[in-house]
Design a protein around this ligand. Structure first.
Ligand SMILES: Nc1nc2c(ncn2[C@@H]2O[C@H](COP(=O)(O)OP(=O)(O)OP(=O)(O)O)[C@@H](O)[C@H]2O)c(=O)[nH]1
Ligand SMILES: [Mg+2]
Length: 180
């Protein structure tokens, strides 16, 4: 199978690292739509995405992947379905340092499962709070009968983010083989 231009979407919580992941991965200058964060109750950070981030990466085999970042804030949820149109995979990022991390996982998974079936989950900020690590997410998956890969990532590290992209491409190949 020849893989050509692919679209991968980053979804998930505010401040989880979606924009950071696209910035660290992109071969081109990222088009970002960050604005001053007025929702400091949700997250203390200075800027937040209010539109779509866009970047691109060319993989070693020549596969060109378009990287699309969504805004994490729930008030922009209408944009998630628009951004996911035509996507071949969704990387959901969850901020482990948030006290409501499992509720976040349930909420974002529920929203994005309706928009695509090829999903991987990246847990970020494990360096800030390293209690329980990935076990709580794997237990949650078991209890809720979900079967998505869960990765420990730092969205500022290229290799971590690349691993998720590669996992999505492999899952896509497997899905295509099954329907052949
Ligand atoms: N310590 C730490 N910081 C991280 C990690 N991943 C991302 N960050 C940082 O977290 C901050 C927030 O990341 P963003 O990329 O702006 O988050 P976002 O998901 O795009 O957030 P919204 O656009 O508001 O939805 C940035 O300063 C990142 O560099 C991580 O694993 N550990
Ligand atoms: Mg962002």
């Amino acid at each position: 199978m020849i893989l050509q231009q692919h679209k991968i979407v980053f979804g998930g919580t505010m401040g989880a690292g979606k924009s950071a992941a696209i910035k660290v991965l992109s071969d081109i200058g990222v088009i970002s739509t960050e604005a001053v964060n007025t929702d400091v109750a949700a997250h203390q950070k200075a800027f937040t995405t209010v539109g779509i981030d866009y970047g691109e990466i060319s993989l070693d085999d020549g596969t060109k992947v378009g990287l699309y970042g969504t805004p994490g804030q729930g008030r922009f949820d209408f944009m998630w379905s628009i951004v996911c149109q035509g996507a071949i995979g969704i990387a959901l990022l969850i901020d482990h340092s948030s006290v409501q991390r499992l509720d976040d996982l349930a909420f974002y998974l529920n929203a994005f499962e309706a928009l695509g079936s090829n999903i991987v989950i990246g847990i970020t900020h494990l360096d800030i709070v390293d209690d329980q690590k990935l076990k709580i997410y794997r237990d949650w998956m078991d209890v809720n009968q979900k079967k998505y890969p869960v990765f420990a990532i730092d969205a500022r590290h290229k290799d971590d983010v690349l691993l998720m992209i590669e996992a999505l491409l492999v899952r896509l190949e497997v899905q295509l083989d099954i329907v052949k």
